[in-house]
Design a protein around this ligand. Structure first.
Ligand code: FDA
Length: 398
């Protein structure tokens, strides 16, 4: 069988479906191909099953990229408000869980259904279970050899995403094709991913598995104040996922266990007002009790000994204790990698892509959108906003 289409899109995930629907509404014949058995699997899994589909406070500063200006134009042309209008038009209930972070009130299926309905209304020909064997280009067209047969198209949009979670259909297809076309692919790394710990610390924290507390965590000049979750494998929760995108193997993380306090002042006040009590009792009032106990023994290992009574603490001891609680540093063993990472850092170097059309410079008929590019959002709905914005910018210029 041989087919022709104005546009072929590879990858029926967030960006691919959005691009297909937008191009279809513009009167283009669109063929959307995916090797997986179901479209938008990551949408279904996202946001703990309730898809954090955008963030009202999205700015270019929420993205990591070697070329930080690249995302500005697309984000400006398709805003979180634009996607929200689409969500409202489909009658989907949503909630703002944290400031700006919009989630489905019911399930992620609502967003998957929105995308499929839009693609259907726009006349998109969606073909799942389709493998792409070969891509070649002529002066102004693209030829594909696929399990559906040969396809000739006026444009190819690659929306195959990153490497995160292979069991959801992730592959390096987009990177391989980019390299085949002579584009540079910047080194990739798992992002928004839990940390694993060295055996000793892992054993010390293991009894606290399931426990969550608000911390500030810092690395390489970035700080996030959000909940941290101790798991049986290591450290997770929003604080750890966020900082993982700024962490390189071998880096230390620094945790402030009590970011809501100026500890030097608070501990000095405590010494004055409760001279007969012990700092560890106060600590156990501020943090989960079991965590406070483990923390006191971790501090001891660092040579921070708490005096019997607050009154006995010298100024130097107070300062050392405050510093240790605000700057508790450790080296993670690593991360859980692509098996559980929400995103892939790095990817196709955007210097070679037009920020207006997402076409490859000097190869107009081939375009790349979404996560396959070297643009990665922080946690909080930014990655989907990038998928929507890059898809719409690309489709409108087809
Ligand atoms: P996406 O990965 O969505 O789609 C790629 C598509 O290409 C897939 O359908 C895949 O099957 C297909 N494909 C891959 N290789 C192929 C090949 N060789 N041939 C044919 N097809 C191929 N973001 C956010 O903003 N809010 C959130 O709540 C979450 N939550 C979340 C949870 C989890 C568990 C994960 C893993 C990720 C998130 N994310 C998120 C991130 C978000 O899901 C991600 O950034 C977007 O889905 C990226 O959209 P893309 O369309 O670029 O790729």
């Amino acid at each position: 069988m041989s087919k022709t289409a104005d546009v072929v899109i590879i990858g029926a995930g967030a960006a691919g479906l959005m691009c297909a629907a937008t191009a279809g509404y513009q009167g283009k014949s669109v063929l959307l191909l995916d090797h997986s058995n179901k479209p938008a699997k990551k949408v279904l899994m996202s946001g703990g099953g309730r898809c954090n589909f955008t963030n009202l406070n999205t700015t270019p500063a929420n993205f990591l990229s070697a070329n930080p200006h690249f995302c500005i134009s697309a984000l400006k042309r398709y805003t979180p408000q634009d996607f929200l209008e689409l969500v409202e038009r489909h009658g989907i209930d949503y909630v703002e869980k944290a400031p700006g972070q919009l989630f489905c009130a019911n399930t992620s299926k609502d967003i998957q259904q929105l995308l499929l309905t839009e693609a259907d209304w726009a006349g998109v020909d969606l073909q799942m279970n389709t493998s792409i064997e070969k891509v070649s280009t002529t002066a102004d067209r693209v030829q594909l050899t696929t399990s559906l047969g040969k396809i000739d198209a006026g444009a190819l949009v690659v929306a195959t995403g990153g490497l995160s979670i292979p069991t959801l259909g992730a592959t390096g297809f987009g990177y391989d094709l980019a390299q085949q076309l002579g584009l540079e692919v910047l080194p990739t790394q798992a992002g928004l991913v839990p940390f694993t710990l060295h055996p000793e610390l892992k054993a010390q924290l293991a009894p606290l598995s399931g426990l969550s507390c608000d911390v500030s965590v810092s690395c390489n000049g970035q700080t996030f104040t959000e909940p941290m979750l101790i798991t049986h494998r290591g450290l997770s929760g929003p604080a750890m996922l966020q900082i993982s995108s700024y962490w390189q193997a071998g880096d230390e993380l620094s945790i402030n266990w009590l970011p809501q306090f100026n500890l030097k002042t608070t501990l000095a006040k405590l010494r004055q007002e409760q001279p007969r009590t012990h700092f560890s009792s106060w600590l156990a009032e501020q943090l989960p009790k079991r965590l406070a106990t483990v923390l006191v023994s971790l501090l001891k290992e660092q040579g921070i000994l708490l005096p019997e009574r607050n009154a006995d603490a010298s100024n130097n001891q107070l300062e050392a204790l405050a510093y240790a609680l605000e700057n508790w540093t450790f080296k993670p063993a690593g991360t859980e990698g692509y098996r559980t990472a929400e995103v892939t850092l790095g990817g196709i170097n955007t210097q070679q892509i037009s920020s207006q059309t997402f076409a490859v410079k000097n190869l107009e008929q081939v375009r790349f959108i979404g996560e396959v590019l070297d643009v990665t959002g922080q946690l909080g709905g930014y990655n989907f906003q990038w998928a929507w914005a890059s898809a719409v910018a690309c489709a409108r210029s087809l």
